[in-house]
Design a protein around this ligand. Structure first.
Ligand SMILES: CC1=C(CCC(=O)O)c2cc3nc(cc4[nH]c(cc5[nH]c(cc1n2)c(C)c5CCC(=O)O)c(CCC(=O)O)c4C)C(CCC(=O)O)=C3C
Ligand SMILES: [Fe+2]
Length: 314
């Protein structure tokens, strides 16, 4: 008997294939408007500083998709899960992923984004595109919208916070200010009652409680350079402010990201580290989740539950 096949559309931001591809990628992020030469130069320089010949997010996403498929198959051998990639700003695009499932004869699928916190602008954007394509092609799809308090996700993050804290001298750990961070979004999301800030705070609080942190706060990172206001405070400003208050040990914990990429390897490891040196601050950051088995199990768990829910309601 052939097994029932279930498609899983695994969505992620996407990254260029090469330095030559940065312009097309940036143009896609800017909804078809090419960047100015200065903007292109600035972004290319940031990639050059981290890539060393390859783009880490591409490899990491490939591995996460494979890891999720392996975990789903191991945990649920009675059916056959098949994972497809759908990227927001690079090929294979979200729509390509949906089309590939249909071409392979998939008739039921679950979509999930490699980002644990829901916001209309980010996760909502991926889901809207996948839904539209699925409806057009007659594919039955349901979507995981968030998993920011999943116990296994929190387990994985807790281990990382504890490990990073152990890099500070034993008697100094209670002086370390832990800053949980995520990608900033335009402030206008607040008017739309977007759940993003609250979900990020919920993950932060859950972790602080598990680790027993009393000395922590939340900060936004990687805000865009546009005329409209973005959510703040920015972590670079937070670092300056708390240094003035006497804090000289900081741990950044980027809970909004699940992979090593530009915002972690450049915005934290290069930009924030340079500021830390300037301020005389000892700065550490938690390791990214990448293919941590606990993260793969988190994804597998929420995908399976969503598929079951959809199968029952059909
Ligand atoms: C919420 C959010 C996440 C997390 C959730 C998710 O993962 O979806 C995220 C992740 C990422 N963002 C990334 C890269 C970029 N994002 C940009 C621009 C923007 N990001 C935004 C939001 C987010 N971004 C927004 C509102 C903009 C303004 C333009 C727009 O309205 O869309 C720009 C343009 C230049 C700049 O502004 O720096 C770049 C290069 C990469 C890939 C890194 C790599 O390749 O290693 C990743 C994982
Ligand atoms: Fe981004």
């Amino acid at each position: 008997m052939t097994k029932r096949r279930i498609g899983v559309l695994v969505m992620s931001y996407g990254t260029p294939e090469s330095l030559d591809g940065v312009e097309a990628y940036y143009t896609h992020i800017r909804r078809g408007h090419p960047p100015t030469p200065e903007q292109l130069h600035e972004l290319t320089a940031r990639y050059e500083a981290i890539v060393g010949g390859f783009f880490p997010l591409r490899e990491n996403t490939n591995k996460q998709v494979k890891g999720l498929e392996a975990t789903l198959r191991e945990e649920h051998p009675e059916v056959e899960f098949v994972c497809y990639q759908g990227l927001k700003h690079a090929q294979p695009y979200v729509e390509d992923g949906v089309e590939n499932m249909v071409k392979d004869g998939i008739t039921e699928a679950v979509g999930i984004v490699l980002a644990p916190h829901y916001s209309t602008m980010s996760v909502g954007g991926y889901v809207k595109r996948a839904k539209e394509k699925a409806e057009e092609l007659g594919l039955h799809m349901s979507f995981v919208l968030e998993y920011h308090l999943h116990p296994k996700l929190l387990d994985a993050l807790q281990v990382r916070v504890e490990k990073a804290l152990s890099k500070f001298a034993e008697g100094e750990r209670d002086q370390v200010r832990v800053i949980f961070t995520a990608h900033s979004l335009p402030e206008k999301i607040l008017e739309m009652k977007d759940p993003y800030p609250d979900q990020l705070l919920a993950t932060s609080k859950a972790l602080a409680e598990r680790v027993g942190l009393t000395n922590w706060q939340f900060g936004w990172q990687s805000a865009g350079q546009t005329a409209m206001p973005w959510l703040g405070p920015d972590i670079l400003d937070v670092m300056r402010t708390i240094k003035e208050e006497g804090v000289d040990k900081i741990l950044l914990c980027p809970i909004g990201f699940v992979s090593d990429h530009l915002e972690v390897l450049y915005d934290i490891d290069i930009e924030a580290q340079a500021l830390a040196r300037e301020l005389g601050v000892h700065l550490e950051r938690t390791a990214s989740l990448n293919t941590d088995p606990l993260y793969m199990e988190t994804l597998s768990d929420v995908v399976y539950k969503k598929w079951q829910e959809a199968a029952v309601s059909k």
